[in-house]
Design a protein around this ligand. Structure first.
Ligand code: ADP
Ligand code: MG
Length: 697
């Protein structure tokens, strides 16, 4: 039954070219009405200017090429691979897949024309590993040669299985734009649109699908990005207002003798930064509204002891604390470090992780539910249903960007509006912090404990490996300890990267035969892992070979050397976190990252940047530029609405404008004229469709 008139709320099922099966696949992606598919933006575009002749490809850069399938087939080696040789007038390139051989075998035929987009690598010739593919047919081809810009839509296996590849999607969107009898109404007041120099909503939507040129893509994208950022920040604003008007049931008296006694036990004085944030946190705890605070500060600045002081204060007031860390190693370390000093002042603590025996877990859960544990340290295990608190006053989340919003709120929900302290070593640039964590107050530790020397950092190619081993041996002779970090646990069919298991076999019986060498990785069982780490802390091991499981939480001040294999494979923030494991004592520490050829330009840039600074804030800014914020702040799992058009790093101007507009809206809520009232209502409706909590709680 075709619809007579195509409107924004027409069901997609009845649009020409859709039908029930495809409608089902679209619905899986949240698209039911015409309006929804309009919001399904192209992932990229094919246009003549973007297409590179094969002989002009550059290793490390991303490019689109168009060519004919000359040959294709399975390659056998360490594992199965599928290779396609794509050729244009200037040369040939090898497209490579390490999985899905059966699928690819069926897909390709000699003579077919494909556009392939991917990062160019070099392995006996130009290569693209797992490129994005777009099969071109005659008509598409004509579009390209006519210089048109064609949208390429994001692909999912569901869409593909019903024939809705990019080409299928194009047929539908073309049909919609040709037949739609209605325009999207703009919720932004005309005055704002003009001031921002942005296009109307309907124009932006139609041009994001079918632009005339690159500029139109960008202006349209900016308009849509603005809308997204406005929506996102509206959620944050509302959440903040809600939290600010909540009154908590519990309260705390003045800090008492336990805190003083605890501080006396510490082998150090608080730094000025630690004192400042402690004051901020204590003031929050004493307020009648629940605390919602993010504590940030570079690796090693001493956030833990501040959090423990807050926990102790809460315990002193007869309330409980849940202290959650992202890895067992870190949770255990917190517990082991603080159990005794806490006990000395009469505060009890316990540790709950998944690797405990069921009976042990049960016992801890019971004691905690009875209110007999003051501070419960743990991993994700804390959020399970069987864990409850008699009177949870404070939730502390360490390395908070490692948790999803759901996990954070699950722990939070075990109390009645408890106070919340989340911590991170990844500092967040201000505008971003306001956008993502606008409902949190932020405390920053801007000092490092005295006596820390910046870690001497270099990067080299793999060819100097033996020299670095010599260096490690010499350092060990002088009483130091070393880390060696690998990207993989074991040999993998999909990659040529070094792995810790093989390296351990090789080195512990080879070059390090007369040293004491240990190994931990993500699959090491809890018991041997703890034994190894313990031995390393106690100085009974000289070298610890590991994967990035030790990225957070290992605190051995005697470790002075770190070697990172395949430094080119790690993100900047991760490299910086790893670096934070050394240089914790007074001795000069050295870090060498070994990069393996071929090193992409981006990889090189990252390493150059990494060695150029030890300032975590600068690293975070650069990481943001290089990698985008999604990955860094765990945005994917944060529970925030997905951003399809906005880029949190490059659209900061839009973020600021959106924020200014929202501040105005909220300040003048009672006197808004109809345009602005409409916008407000629109945003409220938008928010009501999303029940997420933003930021922390
Ligand atoms: P992070 O902020 O990265 O979580 P930690 O809390 O793990 O840092 O602290 C790093 C190390 O610094 C620990 O060994 C801790 O005991 C030590 N430390 C913390 N505060 C001070 C201080 N004020 N003076 C000296 N050492 C400190
Ligand atoms: Mg920490």
């Amino acid at each position: 039954m075709p619809v007579a008139e195509l409107r924004l709320n027409s069901p997609l099922q009845y649009v020409k070219g859709v039908g029930p099966k495809r409608a089902e696949a679209l619905e899986l992606l949240g698209m039911r009405e015409v309006r929804d598919i309009l919001m399904y933006f192209p992932r990229q575009y094919l246009d003549r200017t973007n297409i590179v002749p094969i002989d002009a490809l550059k290793v490390g850069e991303s490019a689109t090429i168009i060519g004919e399938v000359k040959a294709h087939g399975v390659l056998y080696g360490k594992g199965q691979r599928y290779e396609v040789i794509l050729q244009d007038e200037s040369g040939a390139v090898s497209l490579m897949w390490f999985a899905g051989v059966k699928f690819w075998k069926r897909l390709f035929e000699k003579g077919q024309i494909f556009a392939a987009t991917g990062t160019v690598t070099w392995f006996q010739g130009y290569q693209m590993v797992h490129p994005e593919l777009e099969r071109l047919e005659d008509n598409t081809d004509k579009m390209i040669h006519a210089g048109r810009i064609i949208p390429v839509y994001p692909q999912t296996s569901e869409l593909n299985s019903v024939g809705l590849n990019s080409r299928g999607m194009r047929r539908i969107t073309t049909f919609i734009f040709d037949n739609l009898t209605e325009k999207l109404t703009d919720h932004l007041p005309a005055k704002e649109i003009k001031q921002l120099k942005l296009p109307q909503l309907h124009d932006a939507i139609s041009k994001i699908h079918y632009p005339e040129n690159r500029d139109e893509v960008e202006t349209s994208r900016r308009r849509l990005a603005y809308d997204e950022l406005l929506g996102l920040q509206f959620l944050v604003f509302r959440s903040k207002i809600k939290k600010e008007t909540t009154v908590k049931k519990h309260s705390y008296g003045e800090p008492g003798y336990k805190l003083t006694e605890f501080k006396k036990q510490l082998p150090f004085e608080f730094t000025s930064g630690q004192k400042k944030v402690t004051r901020e946190i204590f003031a929050d705890l004493q307020s009648k509204h629940p605390m919602n605070r993010l504590l940030q500060g570079d690796v090693g600045c001493g956030k833990t002891v501040v959090a423990v002081a807050a926990a102790l204060y809460v315990a002193e007031n007869d309330l409980q604390v849940g202290f959650m860390a992202p890895t067992e190693i870190l949770a255990e370390q917190h517990f082991k470090n603080w159990r005794d000093p806490l006990e000395k002042v009469g505060v009890s603590s316990a540790l709950l992780t998944s690797s405990l025996k069921p009976a042990e877990k049960k016992e801890i859960a019971e004691v905690c539910a009875a209110g007999e544990i003051d501070i419960l340290f743990g991993t994700h295990a804390l959020i399970y249903d069987y864990v409850s608190f008699a009177k949870l006053g404070l939730v502390i989340i360490d390395e908070q960007h490692r948790f999803g919003v759901e996990q954070r709120s699950k722990l939070y929900a075990k109390g009645d509006n408890p106070d919340l302290l989340v911590m991170t070593a990844t500092p967040i640039p201000r505008t971003l912090a306001l956008t993502l964590y606008g409902d949190l107050d932020i405390s920053t530790i801007d000092t490092l404990p005295p006596g820390r020397k910046p870690v001497r950092t270099t990067w080299r190619t793999h060819s100097v490996r033996d020299k670095v081993f010599d260096f490690i041996k010499q350092d060990v002779k002088k009483g130091g300890q070393a880390y060696i970090i690998y990207p993989l646990i074991e040999k993998s069919e999909q990659s040529q990267l070094e792995n810790v298991e093989d390296a351990y076999k090789e080195l512990s019986s080879g070059v390090f035969a007369d040293l004491r060498v240990g190994m931990v990785h993500g699959r090491t069982k809890a018991k041997p892992r703890d034994k190894t780490l313990d031995a390393f802390y106690k100085g009974e091991l000289d070298v610890l070979m590991a994967t990035t499981v030790i990225e957070v939480g290992i605190d051995n001040p005697n470790a002075t050397v770190m070697l990172i294999e395949h430094g080119e494979r790690f993100g900047l923030a991760q490299l910086h976190q790893l670096r934070g494991r050394i240089g914790r004592g007074g001795k000069q520490a050295t870090l060498v990252t070994l990069a393996h050829e071929p090193i992409s330009d981006i990889g090189k840039q990252r390493l150059e940047y990494f060695v150029s600074t030890t300032d975590g804030f600068e690293i975070a800014e650069a990481d943001l530029e290089l990698r985008g914020p999604g990955e860094i702040f765990g945005l994917r799992q944060s529970g925030l609405p997905e951003l399809r058009a906005a880029n949190l790093s490059s659209d900061r101007d839009l973020m600021e404008s959106a924020r200014t507009l929202l501040e105005k809206l909220f300040a003048e809520l009672d006197t808004l004229d109809s345009d602005y009232r409409n916008l407000y209502n629109y945003l409220c409706e938008y928010a009501s469709r999303r029940s997420v909590t933003v930021g922390g709680g």
